[in-house]
Design a protein around this ligand. Structure first.
Ligand code: SAH
Length: 365
């Protein structure tokens, strides 16, 4: 099994059967080897520095009904909110002096939030913070809308594919009821959006939840193969965590071990990728964030939303948004990172092609 890991380091890819064998392996020594190789790979390119992104949750309104998500349309128990352009700019003004040089605008697919308003907000951030990167994570939009956001100044877009298996996708999302009914979601359309984003020129992120209901090891292999072929600049993976007001309320959460294993595999497949140690990982276990970094993650995304709104953006139960997960808790984050030998990088942290970022200095952490 260790040979497989070494092969993955050398060739940056394995066959479907080999990935499956790696995912099924429970040998602690092998897993430690995988994690160590992934960490070495990350240190060689990025040093012991972790990029930070300020996450601004701009609205919890959503027209979709994803079975796993706490802010799904049919959840009547959420108090809905939408930040104004001025409120979003205020978040950026708060984040900038703290050292944030990337702002991530995330939200549900709010029909009220017209594309024009998003475009204006992006343009306003671009004017006021010309040296910052703007990342959007607003779900599926038209090609034209993606283009307008890009021309207004957005640089990156996060859109997890969630699962690359057609049948599994339908178990996680309601589909269209009739032929020309556009209310449902489809894997095909999500993948189409990802192609558009890349083609327009965004640094594009995709990814999955680990342990989402009905997920199998074969589905994960399909996800790995898709990511290997799509080659996103950013890869977002976190464990599924149930939300009490969703159809998946009683489903078990995803596994920390499996999430870390996948994270390391993605790092070895794609050494230059920007891979966050996600909030879901930090929610699953108190040391989840640190464990993600030691497994090959190189980004964290502290919450920069107005504190009064944070609990309304409840994708899953007990979602962390305070302490080291909060932008205002950056010092605490810094301490936690220092305890594992890492520090915060206040650079913009754009995706760079390999050769420019290879750093042969060795780090002892
Ligand atoms: N509307 C945007 C943003 C969605 S929220 C979009 O469609 O892309 C960002 C991510 O949170 C989702 O892509 C999903 O993978 C994750 N998420 C949602 N519900 C979750 C849950 N119950 N547990 C873990 N992650 C979840």
């Amino acid at each position: 099994m260790k040979n497989l890991i070494d092969k993955l380091c050398r060739e940056r890819a394995l066959s479907a059967e080999e990935y499956k064998a790696l995912l099924l392996c429970r040998d602690a020594e092998v897993l430690e080897h995988l994690q160590r190789r992934a960490q070495e790979e990350t240190l060689a390119r990025f040093g012991n520095r972790v990029f930070i992104r300020g996450l601004i949750e701009i609205t919890n309104r959503c027209r979709n009904n994803c079975y796993y998500c706490g802010i799904r349309k049919e959840n009547r128990n959420v108090v809905r909110y939408e930040l104004t352009q001025e409120e979003i700019l205020e978040c950026c003004r708060e984040g900038y002096p703290l050292g944030f040089r990337t702002f991530v605008l995330q939200g549900g697919e709010a029909p009220e939030l017209k594309d024009d308003r998003i475009t204006e907000t992006v343009a306003a951030i671009r004017r006021e913070f010309p040296d910052c990167a703007i990342t959007l994570s607003l779900g599926e939009k038209t090609h034209e809308a993606y283009e307008r956001f890009f021309h207004a100044g957005a640089n990156r877009y996060l859109l997890r594919h969630e699962t690359h298996n057609e049948a599994h996708y339908r178990q996680l999302h309601p589909g269209s009821k009739r032929g020309n009914d556009r209310s449902g979601m489809s894997l095909q359309h999500r993948l189409q959006c990802l192609d558009w984003l890349k083609e327009i020129g965004y640094q594009t992120g995709t990814g999955i939840m680990v342990g989402s209901p009905h997920q199998t090891i074969d589905h994960l292999v399909e996800d790995i193969l898709f990511i290997g072929q799509f080659r996103p600049e950013m890869i977002g993976i976190g464990p599924f965590i149930p939300h009490h007001d969703t159809p998946f309320a009683s489903a078990p959460p995803g596994s920390m071990q499996l999430t870390l294993k996948l994270l390391s595999i993605f790092r070895l497949m794609h050494p230059a990728a920007l891979i966050p140690s996600t909030t879901a990982l930090a929610t699953l276990a108190p040391d989840g964030r640190e464990r993600g970094i030691l497994a090959g993650a190189n980004v964290v995304m502290p919450n920069l939303s107005p504190p009064a709104q944070r609990e309304k953006y409840s994708l899953y139960d007990h979602k962390a948004s305070m302490g080291a997960e909060a932008a205002e808790g950056l010092q605490l984050l810094e301490e936690k990172l220092r305890s594992i030998g890492y520090e915060i990088s206040k650079e913009r942290g754009d995706y760079r092609i390999l050769d420019e970022t290879i750093n042969h200095k060795s780090y002892n952490v």
